[in-house]
Design a protein around this ligand. Structure first.
Ligand code: NAD
Length: 250
C-alpha cells in the first residue's frame, strides 16, 4: 500500500520539490497551502507522476484550518505516514525595533504556531497508528543569529526546540521527528529576490564555502531520506544543508 504524506507549503519551493521527490517513492501526497493556484499545480504534477494527490486550502496559522486539513487527509487516505511541516514566510528585512507588531504576529503565527498546530493534529493520528515521521523546516537562521531576520530567526530556533522536545515525549511511541536547516536555497521566492538584486546574490554566495545557493532538489533528497524508512534510527536531529555556510559561523 502506498504511504501518505502531508506537505504544508506544498504549492511552491521546497514543499513542491519534496512532494515530487516523495512521489518517486510512490508516496500519495496531500498538498496544503494558502495559494490555491500553486497548490493545484502541484497536485496536477503529482498526478502526472502517477500518485494520488489532494489539495487542501488552509492557512496553517489557524488551528481550525489545520484540523481541517488533517480531517480531509484522514477522510481521503485513512492514514498519515509522513508530515513535511514546512509552510513559512520570511519578513520585510527591517531591523527588529523598526518592525511592525502585525509583521511579528504574522511570522510567529505561520512559522511557529502553524508548525505546532500541525504536529498537534497530525501527531494525534500518528500516535493512534503507532508510527509516523515528521520533518520540520527550520533554517540556517534557526541555528545561528543573523541581522534583519530577528523574528524569523526566533521562530526557526523555536522549530529546533520543538523538534528536540517532542522526541523526548513521543519517540517511544514510534514517532520520528527531525528538522532541516537549509541555507539560502534557490526557490522561486529567493530567485525572484536575487534576480532583482544581483549584488545581494553575489554577496550571499560569497559567504557560502561551496560558493553557490542550494537547490530545492537537494533539500528534497534530504527530506525524503529523513521521512522514509531509510532513516529509522535518526530522531530529534537538526540537519544543516547549507554548503558549509553555518559551519563558518560557529
Ligand atoms: P516559498 O515561498 O517558495 O514556499 C512557501 C509556501 O508556503 C508557498 O506556497 C506559500 O503560499 C505557503 N504559505 C505561506 N503562508 C502560508 C500559510 N499561512 N498557510 C499555508 N501555506 C502558506 O518558500 P520556500 O523557500 O519553499 O520556503 C519553505 C520553507 O523553507 C519555509 O518555512 C522557509 O522559511 C524555509 N526556508 C527556506 C529557505 C530558502 O532559502 N528558500 C531557507 C531556509 C528555510
Amino acid at each position: 500500500m502506498n504511504k501518505v504524506a502531508i506537505i504544508t507549503g506544498g504549492g511552491s519551493g521546497l514543499g513542491r520539490s519534496a512532494a515530487l521527490r516523495l512521489a518517486k517513492e510512490k508516496v500519495n501526497c496531500v498538498i496544503v497551502d494558502v495559494d490555491e493556484k500553486g497548490g493545484n499545480e502541484s497536485v496536477d504534477m503529482l498526478k502526472e507522476s502517477g500518485v494520488d494527490a489532494l489539495f487542501v486550502k488552509a492557512d496553517v496559522s489557524k488551528a481550525e484550518e489545520v484540523k481541517h486539513y488533517v480531517d480531509e487527509t484522514k477522510n481521503h487516505f485513512g492514514r498519515i505516514d509522513y508530515f513535511f511541516n514546512n509552510a513559512g514566510i520570511s519578513g520585510s528585512g527591517k531591523y527588529f525595533l523598526e518592525t511592525e507588531v502585525e509583521e511579528i504576529d504574522k511570522i510567529v503565527g505561520i512559522n511557529l504556531l502553524g508548525a505546532l498546530y500541525g504536529i498537534k493534529y497530525v501527531g494525534e493520528v500518528m500516535l493512534a497508528q503507532g508510527s509516523g515521521a515528521i520533518v520540520n523546516t527550520s533554517s540556517s537562521a534557526g541555528v545561528i543569529g543573523q541581522d534583519t531576520v530577528v523574528t524569523y530567526s526566533a521562530t526557526k530556533h523555536g522549530i529546533v526546540g520543538l523538534t528536540k522536545s517532542l522526541v523526548a515525549e513521543y519517540a517511544k511511541d514510534g514517532l520520528r521527528i527531525n528538522a532541516i536547516a537549509p541555507g539560502p536555497t534557490e526557490t522561486p521566492m529567493v530567485k525572484q529576490y536575487f534576480d532583482a538584486n544581483p549584488k545581494m546574490k553575489e554577496s550571499a554566495e560569497s559567504g557560502i564555502p561551496q560558493n553557490r545557493l542550494g537547490t530545492p532538489e537537494e533539500v528534497a533528497e534530504l527530506v525524503t531520506f529523513l521521512l522514509t524508512s531509510d532513516a529509522p534510527y535518526i530522531n530529534g536531529e537538526v540537519i544543516r544543508i547549507d554548503g558549509g555556510f553555518t559551519n563558518t559561523k560557529f
